[in-house]
Design a protein around this ligand. Structure first.
Ligand code: SF4
Length: 232
């Protein structure tokens, strides 16, 4: 019995796809050439908030202005989405071709996986020339935008222990990706407008770093969401 079967037996009241997702997030997935091919057309890793990989496997050759050409997520046939953190020690890997793929655990096929196509709006630009894929990203049916790519709590030693916001921003810049700390409000509005026109999206989240001055932080979020959030 492999470790996944042990988990499925132990948590038999939980849907299989959720147990599989939890294990995949914990163990990660091997970086194989097929992931680099899928990353050229599917939703890529934008590192918009956190880089989730367990190992730093990217080079500048993998990175563009907006993202790393590795898929950030896939879905199981029941619709469950999962992120794909890279880890070359993982027993999981993806094989397949022609947009038909299978998740393997060692030698064993586990589940079909589906990669969504990269949204067209990712490659459009705002009137300020900003690549929309650097302003927001799509996760499942959610549009997520980072209002502030920096958190002042790292400066005071008070950052949340799970968080890698500032190191992600620094590393993304090293790779040559655009990681502007605070976006122009027009960039948000134009990107939301373009992204929300897609039938694939139905809700929006604003996320990001923080200011130790809470009023200053709240004012930034209010300005970013004004006029547009109610229209989603
Ligand atoms: S406040 Fe937000 S951005 Fe700052 S350390 Fe915590 S989770 Fe990260």
């Amino acid at each position: 019995m492999n470790h996944l079967e042990e988990l499925l037996n132990k948590f038999s009241e939980i849907p299989r796809s959720i147990v599989l997702k939890a294990d995949l997030l914990r163990k990660g997935i091997k970086l194989t050439p097929i992931l680099k091919e899928i990353g050229t057309w599917s939703r890529p890793q934008t590192h918009g908030v956190f880089e989730l990989d367990h190992q730093d496997l990217h080079t500048k050759d993998d990175a563009t202005e907006g993202w790393v050409t590795i898929p950030c997520e896939c879905a199981f046939p029941d619709g469950t989405n999962t992120m794909l953190p890279l880890d070359n020690k993982s027993p999981y890997e993806i094989t397949g071709e022609d947009r038909k793929y299978m998740l393997y655990l060692g030698e064993n096929p586990i589940e079909e996986v589906i990669f969504p196509s990269r949204p067209r709006w990712y490659t459009k630009r705002t009137s300020h020339g900003t690549l929309m894929g650097t302003v927001a990203r799509q996760c499942g049916d959610c549009i997520s935008a980072t209002v502030l790519n920096h958190c002042e709590y790292f400066n005071t030693g008070d950052a949340c222990t799970f968080c890698c916001m500032n190191p992600t921003t620094d590393r993304s810049r090293e790779l040559g990706m655009d990681r502007t700390i605070g976006r122009n409000i027009d960039d948000f509005i134009e990107t939301y407008t373009e992204a929300s026109a897609s039938k694939e999206t139905c809700h929006l989240t604003l996320t990001g770093g923080g200011f130790t001055n809470r009023k200053k932080e709240a004012d930034l979020y209010i300005a970013s969401s004004r006029n547009r959030v109610g229209e989603f």
